[in-house]
Design a protein around this ligand. Structure first.
Ligand code: GZL
Length: 347
């Protein structure tokens, strides 16, 4: 368990000033109580920075990767809804998948003296300098969704998200099981996530460690589709022009898989028959594609971590203990289970 080491800002004042301010404080408190009594149940004006009782709201600065996928949209909504429900003032920044925008946003949060900083790092490297600035400013940092590579583990207080290696391994395990009786070569194309991002690095590792130890499986094409539908379609189109013998597509997320389905169909091929697809995330469109027989299996990656994030943010503000890592619970859904599960999907 980690203990918070955030320095407590000094609150010392001159004794005489303290006595005068004590009576002022009593008067102010009386005034607040009477105002609260008359206006009991009144809502604080939006954006007032105080809650209904006039107390200063916790200010949470959050830098989001971007809006690249259905998963990301669900994750953003979960963070925003949970911050509102917690009564926090959320300063939200969309980095449009650019690290420089995330670094700039974190610096702005530091200048604004927010209580806690959170971000989902678009890539794993290049964060030490700005996180040292946050630490020097005494602002605790929480990593959500994606992790970072750093030698200095004191630069953030906790991480909440998925184990992407496990997700890649689960995708690979499905393929090994599905092809256990195959005798010939199984040619695989891989649409990778954003280059240098934790999910792309770890899903690739998990999948390839599981599958490529079996000589029947050949990786004939792999390239980033940057987690977007458009790029997934574009890259899959190029794959199909270069390779006439692709049997399996492993897509690091559903949005790229959906783009690839368009490319496969435009090439006159049948997804689910000519090329079988394994994907990760679990958005509704992917479940529908499984119902339609176009995707074989989806490994779930849970974006709905907003409430847990706000619980950790509150604890960090209160200098309470938080675990170093909080891992999301998620499942694996094969196409035969898709129809029953689709009505339950929340994203
Ligand atoms: C995974 C998340 C990935 C999703 C993509 O936790 O970082 O980013 O798999 C999203 O859909 O773009």
């Amino acid at each position: 368990m980690m203990s918070l080491t955030t320095p407590t800002p000094s609150r010392h004042r001159h004794p005489r000033l303290r006595a005068r301010s004590a009576s002022a404080a009593v008067l102010a408190a009386t005034l607040c109580l009477s105002l609260a009594a008359c206006g009991a149940g009144k809502k604080a004006p939006a954006g007032s920075g105080t809650d209904a009782n006039g107390a200063k709201k916790l200010v949470f600065g959050f830098s989001q990767v971007g809006s690249e996928s259905g998963w990301r949209a669900a994750n953003t909504k979960s963070i925003q809804d949970a911050a509102k429900a917690a009564g926090f003032e959320l300063k939200f920044s969309d980095a449009q998948q650019k690290q420089e925008n995330q670094i700039a946003a974190i610096r702005t949060f530091i200048q604004q003296k927010v209580d806690v900083i959170g971000f989902s790092p678009v890539v794993v490297t290049g964060w030490d300098t700005v996180l040292k600035e946050a630490k020097a400013a005494g602002i605790p940092v929480i990593l959500t969704d994606r992790a970072i590579d750093t030698q200095d583990k004191t630069l953030y207080k906790t991480f909440i998200g998925s184990d992407f290696v496990k997700e890649g391994t689960a995708a690979g395990q499905w393929l090994v099981d599905a092809e256990k009786s195959a005798t010939g070569t199984v040619n695989i194309a891989e649409l990778e996530g954003t280059t240098g991002s934790a999910p792309a690095i770890d899903r690739k590792k998990g999948f390839e460690d599981m599958v490529l130890k079996d000589p029947r499986f050949k990786l004939v094409a792999d390239q980033t589709g940057d987690f977007t539908r458009a790029k997934g379609k574009e890259v899959m189109t190029a794959f199909l022009k270069a390779h006439k013998d692709i049997n399996i597509l492993f897509a690091h997320n559903d949005d790229m898989a959906m783009g690839a389905i368009q490319a496969i169909e435009e090439a006159g091929l049948k997804p689910g028959k000519d090329i079988r697809i394994v994907s990760i995330d679990g958005v509704k469109d992917a479940f529908q594609a499984m119902v339609d027989g176009k995707i074989e299996v989806v490994v779930e990656c849970n974006p709905l971590i907003g409430p847990q994030v706000m619980d950790l943010v509150r604890k960090l503000k209160d200098k309470a203990e938080v675990p170093a890592r909080v891992e999301s619970k998620e499942g694996v859904f094969t196409k035969d289970k898709a129809a029953a599960e689709l009505p339950n999907r929340q994203y």
